[in-house]
Design a protein around this ligand. Structure first.
Ligand SMILES: *Cc1c(COP(=O)(O)O)cnc(C)c1O
Length: 380
């Protein structure tokens, strides 16, 4: 077994993060607001473009939660979620007493299937008398969802979109950054994402008014009076100025990290080409410019002679971390009673898929090593 473990995706510092943290200490801005927070927000807004306003928060989950609050989601409402995702996409819906309604994926992007989105909207209207309050499409593993089709349907029924772009910072759809298509867009800076602030997130807003409102809710919804006065329920979701210091350092290497992840995906594609039963997930065409946060493969056991999980176990024995895909939400015990619209596509992908080590720290020789171990398993 190799001594040095190859990890799926690790935090990758650029080198200057501690300068920004030191500055925060030197000026005693050790609070959940301050110059690093402001600068990080401006740098993110400049990066995603489209004149968006960005509010830095304590987590991506908090960003989704505050997006839903501002879309007016309340107890008894329904919100359409992509089933094939991490639980943090759907959990905030339940925090508000609303119900996630799950929609299956399509094969091209592995994201929300427009066909089932429309079926779900119409069926919910028929069954409950009202339309779902919001739609949360996800750009899973960095791959942009079919945004044109999804937006057309959302507009047809007047339902707002909250993009879960937690895995898609730097990804583009038709040349425009993911997270800027919906009414709101959520980003994550958790330890394993494209960039990290140790933990953190951000909400992308269309207007300065919405950004101010997001900050208001993120700081306990305190009204502007000399005493503490509250007319709304608030949250404690603002990002720490220390964490934002890490974020500023990470912004200096963000584009490099995105390019490295894309290069890793390209290398896997070349090295795994022509192997029966193994396919590296690709973008359907040029409109979908994934950041390839994680490179995913699907394994057809009838052709490859092994399952995705057998490959995972073999790699683990070789001190290489890989991971099965997100288990769809409609298959999770916690959401077993929730409505679901689909044809089993996400379940099929889940059963065959595997995420390979994709961190921007990995060197080409690590990727060669992973592939040679996969080939070893296939021959065995
Ligand atoms: C990471 C992630 C989140 C949540 O972000 P946190 O910062 O961990 O709260 C939400 N959705 C998806 C798809 C994610 O991968």
């Amino acid at each position: 077994m190799k001594e040095k473990r190859i990890y799926l995706s690790l935090a990758h510092m650029g080198g200057r993060e501690q300068e920004f943290i030191k500055e925060a200490f030197d000026t005693n801005w050790v609070v959940p607001l301050g110059p690093n927070v402001n600068a990080f927000e401006q740098e993110l807004a400049a990066y995603v473009g489209q004149d968006r306003h960005v509010v830095a928060l304590s987590a991506g989950t908090a960003a989704i939660h505050l997006g839903l609050v501002q879309l007016g989601v309340k107890a008894g409402d329904e919100v359409i979620c992509q089933s094939f995702t991490f639980a943090a996409s759907a959990n905030p819906v339940t925090y508000l007493g609303a119900t996630p309604v799950f929609v299956d994926s399509e094969k091209d992007t592995w994201n929300m299937a427009p066909e089932f989105l429309e079926k779900a909207i119409l069926d919910r209207k028929e069954k409950t008398g009202k339309f779902p309050k919001a739609i949360i499409p996800v750009h899973l593993y960095g791959m942009p969802a079919k945004l044109d089709e999804i937006r057309t349907i959302a507009q047809k029924y007047g339902i707002p979109l909250l993009e879960d772009a937690a895995e898609a910072l730097g990804s583009e759809y038709k040349g425009r950054k993911c997270g800027t298509f919906g009414e709101f867009g959520a980003l994550s800076f958790n330890g394993n994402k494209i960039i990290t602030t140790s933990g953190g997130g951000a909400l992308i807003c269309r207007t300065e008014e919405e950004a101010k409102q997001t900050m208001f809710y993120a700081t306990q919804a305190r009204e502007n009076r000399p005493y503490y006065h509250h007319e709304h329920v608030g949250y404690n979701y603002r990002m720490s100025n220390i964490c934002a210091g890490i974020g500023r350092g990470q912004m200096l290497v963000l584009q490099k990290h995105v390019e490295r992840r894309r290069a890793i995906h390209q290398l896997y594609t070349e090295l795994l080409e022509g192997i029966a039963g193994i396919e590296v997930k690709q973008a359907p065409h040029q409109d979908f410019n994934s950041n390839y946060w994680l490179t995913c493969i699907t394994v057809d056991p009838t052709l490859a002679g092994v399952t995705a999980d057998e490959i995972r176990i073999y790699l683990e024995q070789e001190n290489i971390e890989s991971r099965l895909l997100w288990k769809p939400m409609h298959l999770q015990p916690v959401f077993s009673e929730n409505p679901f619209y689909g044809d089993g596509t996400a379940e099929t992908i889940f059963n065959q898929g595997l995420c390979l080590p994709s961190g921007s720290m990995l060197e080409d020789k690590d990727i060669h090593m992973v592939v040679s171990k996969i080939k070893e398993k296939l021959k065995a």
